[in-house]
Write a protein that binds this ligand. Structure first.
Ligand code: GUN
Length: 296
C-alpha cells in the first residue's frame, strides 16, 4: 500500500505558522494583512472554494473581504471594483474566483489586478517573472504541489517528472517550478499518444487534466510519487481526482488523496502569498526573499 501524502496535515502546519506571524504583526500594533475575494454569480463549486479561502483567512487571523457580485454584473463594474481595491491601502491581496461568466473577459479582468496584489500569480507580469526566474507570486496550486512533494522527504533534483495537463493555472507553472528544482520535466496532455507509456517513465507524476480516472494503476511506475490535482464530482455527488485511487494506491510509493490532498494546500498557499504581499507592501522583505519560495 502507498504512503498517503496528507495535504490537510501539511496545510495545517503552514496555516499554524502563518497564524503565529499574523499574531506577531497584531501584537506589534500593526494593521493585519487583508485578502479581498471577489466572486461573480453562484456557481456552487466556486462558492465552496471561496468559503474555504475566507475560512482559512479567519483561521490565521488575517482580515478578509468577500465581494459578491451578481451573475449579470457588467465587466466595467467588475473592473471598477478591482481598480478600487488596487488603490486601497488596506487591501494586500486580490483574488477573482474563476471561472467568470461568459460575457466577461477573463484576460481583461486578470490584467486589471495590480501585479503587487495578484496573490493568485495569474497576472501576465507575474507569469512572465515566473518563467524568467525572477521574484513573483507563485500560483497557489503549483506552490502547494511542490510543498507536498517536499513533504515526502524525497529529492526532486534529478527525477523524471511527468505533468499531465497544460493549463495556465496548474500544468504549465508546476512544470516550471519542477524544472527550477532540476527535475527532467515532460508535459503531457489529453492529446498525447500512448499516454501510459509516457506516465510510466515518471518518478513523480502530477495529474492535472480535470477528468476522473485518467490515470490508472497500470500507468504508474512502481514507487512513484503521484500528485492528484483533479477535483471532479461524480454523479452521486462525491469528489474524485484524476487518478483512479483504488488501482493506483497499490503501485505508487506516495499518493495524494482527493479530497484532502492538493485542495487544502492551494488555500494555505493563498494565505501565504497574501502575507507575502503585505510584507512587501511595507518593505519588510525584498521581493523574492520570502522564505525561499522564489522560483529559484
Ligand atoms: N478557480 C479554480 N482554481 C482557482 C484558483 O486557484 N484561483 C482562482 N482565482 N480561481 C480558481
Amino acid at each position: 500500500m502507498s504512503n498517503i501524502i496528507d495535504g490537510k496535515a501539511v496545510s495545517l502546519e503552514i496555516k499554524e505558522k502563518l497564524k503565529e506571524r499574523i499574531s506577531a504583526i497584531r501584537s506589534e500594533g500593526r494593521r493585519v494583512p487583508c485578502l479581498a475575494v471577489i466572486i461573480v454569480g453562484d456557481n456552487p463549486a466556486s462558492r465552496s472554494y471561496v468559503r474555504g479561502k475566507i475560512k482559512a483567512a479567519e483561521f490565521t487571523g488575517m482580515d478578509s473581504r468577500l465581494i459578491e457580485l451578481p451573475e449579470d454584473v457588467s465587466e466595467r463594474e467588475l473592473m471598477d471594483t478591482i481598480e478600487a481595491l488596487n488603490g486601497d491601502a488596506g487591501t494586500d491581496g486580490i483574488l477573482v474566483q474563476l471561472p467568470l461568466p461568459r460575457h466577461i473577459s477573463e484576460d481583461r479582468v486578470l490584467d486589471a489586478i495590480s501585479p503587487a496584489k495578484d496573490v493568485d500569480g495569474f497576472h501576465p507580469v507575474n507569469v512572465a517573472n515566473l518563467w524568467l526566474g525572477r521574484p513573483c507570486f507563485i500560483p497557489c496550486t503549483p506552490q502547494g504541489i511542490i510543498r507536498l512533494i517536499e513533504s515526502t522527504g524525497e529529492p526532486i533534483e534529478g527525477k523524471r517528472v511527468v505533468v499531465v495537463g497544460r493549463s495556465n493555472i496548474v500544468g504549465k507553472p508546476v512544470a516550471k517550478l519542477l524544472l527550477d528544482r532540476n527535475a527532467t520535466v515532460t508535459i503531457a496532455h489529453s492529446r498525447t499518444p500512448d499516454l501510459a507509456a509516457v506516465t510510466r517513465e515518471a518518478d513523480i507524476l502530477v495529474a492535472a487534466v480535470g477528468r476522473a480516472g485518467t490515470i490508472t494503476g497500470d500507468m504508474i511506475k512502481p514507487g512513484a510519487i503521484v500528485i492528484d490535482v483533479g477535483i471532479n464530482r461524480t454523479s452521486d455527488g462525491h469528489l474524485t481526482g484524476d487518478v483512479d485511487f483504488a488501482s493506483a494506491a497499490g503501485v505508487a510509493g506516495w499518493i495524494t488523496p482527493v479530497p484532502g490532498g492538493v485542495g487544502p494546500m492551494t488555500i494555505a498557499c493563498l494565505i501565504y502569498n497574501t502575507l507575502h504581499a503585505f510584507e512587501e507592501h511595507y518593505g519588510a522583505k525584498r521581493p523574492g526573499e520570502f522564505e525561499g519560495y522564489a522560483p529559484q
